[in-house]
Design a protein around this ligand. Structure first.
Ligand SMILES: Nc1ncnc2c1ncn2[C@@H]1O[C@H](COP(=O)(O)OP(=O)(O)OP(=O)(O)O)[C@@H](O)[C@H]1O
Length: 268
């Protein structure tokens, strides 16, 4: 079976060749089978965002290879990779256009990756019905708010719509970069539950960075922990399911020789 994602000996440097050189990703090897939902955790500066930026193409890779569904995308631009990747960031403002309506935002997401001459803001009846069905999946009553300006919605509602937009085209890979970190705990749990539901319904291969250790254990079938640019822990299935937060912290200490240092870490 073709891997949904394959990273081979991925290296990333900043300020290479200067006194400020930092070797941030140190030969990451990672294979994700289709449909795997992987939580990515790690201490401050471990390289989590750099890893997602490298996969998405927003950081050119210094060494190594990235394949998505068997296709080598190592040297493809962000725009070219966008047909394969859905991405949600921490800031609910980033994923949507505030002055456009819910329907217009979703319509733009539907057009993503298509040729420009397909662009049209005329939203047909069939498409509207499809978007309403998709919004109904969120269970937030947003299917009745197609004409509401996105900017008027709450952060949680916006993030739920951003998530839907990122998954609308069933991307080969979904990248979630602390996508619930800016939300209050209750809304964060709603969006996390929605995430798990969308990922399961659409069988999406997903990499999710989180600082919430409990979420990392509760959601997804696999967990990797980065430490200083390397994968220190990689657990899946039953092994992951039986871990507790203290187990995880102890495992980290055992593998890395030190306590997890993360000023934003959430243990519960
Ligand atoms: N553009 C850059 N120039 C120089 N150094 C950078 C740059 N971006 C990131 N770094 C450094 O690379 C290291 C890894 O950063 P990265 O943001 O990937 O870590 P992270 O695991 O996401 O951390 P955090 O959880 O604190 O956000 C850090 O030491 C960071 O300071």
């Amino acid at each position: 079976m073709t891997n949904a994602l394959e990273l081979r000996k991925l290296h990333q440097f900043f300020n290479q060749g200067t006194v400020n050189e930092r070797h941030v990703l140190k030969g990451i090897d990672l294979k994700l089978a289709p449909g795997e939902f992987v939580a990515v955790i790690g201490g401050n500066g471990a390289g989590k965002s750099t890893l997602l930026n490298s996969i998405a193409g927003s950081l050119p890779v210094d060494q190594g290879q990235i394949k998505i569904e068997g296709e080598d995308v190592t040297y493809e631009t962000v725009a070219k990779r966008a047909r394969l990747i859905g991405r949600v960031f921490q800031d609910p403002q980033m994923g949507t256009a505030p002055l456009l309506t819910v329907e217009e935002n979703l319509s733009l997401a539907l057009l993503r990756g298509q040729k420009r001459n397909c662009w049209s803001f005329g939203v047909k009846k069939k498409q509207r019905q499809f978007l309403q069905e998709q919004l109904a999946l969120l269970n937030l009553g947003l299917e009745d708010r197609l004409s509401a300006e996105i900017g008027l919605l709450s952060g949680g509602q916006r993030q739920a719509i951003t998530l839907l937009m990122a998954t609308l085209q069933n991307p080969a890979l979904l990248l979630l970069d602390e996508h619930t970190a800016a939300l209050d705990p209750q809304t964060s749990q709603i969006v996390m539950t929605l995430t798990a539901q969308l990922v399961a319904e659409k069988q999406l291969t997903t990499l999710m960075i989180t600082h919430n250790m409990a979420d990392a254990l509760k959601f997804g079938n696999r967990l990797i922990m980065l430490d200083q640019g390397q994968i220190a822990i990689d657990v899946a299935g039953a092994e992951k399911a039986q871990l507790t937060v203290p187990d995880l912290l102890a495992l980290f200490k055992h593998k890395s020789g030190q306590d997890l240092t993360d000023d934003r870490v959430l243990l519960s």
